[in-house]
Design a protein around this ligand. Structure first.
Ligand code: FES
Length: 73
């Protein structure tokens, strides 16, 4: 199923990226392009991150990266 229609990114693509170590929306945006156009895929991508990433890694959903503002959740 597509998570991001604008960039043709599937659920499988996002899960693979998370399995390979991506742990923030910033990283998903940079690597896959999710949430880089209309943004409608943001909630689904964030939910997939929240489900897969424990939340205690720097840059994880809702966690601040030192020197950067915290991402909106
Ligand atoms: S659906 Fe992902 S940016 Fe539009």
């Amino acid at each position: 199923m597509y998570v991001c229609l604008c960039k043709a990114v599937t659920e499988r693509d996002v899960r693979r990226a998370i399995d390979e170590g991506l742990a923030s929306m910033r990283e998903l945006r940079r690597e896959l392009g999710v949430c880089s156009c209309c943004g409608k895929c943001g909630p689904a991508a964030r939910a997939m991150l929240a489900e897969a990433v424990p939340g205690d890694r720097p840059g994880a959903v809702g966690r601040a990266v030192p020197g950067e503002p915290a991402a909106a959740v």
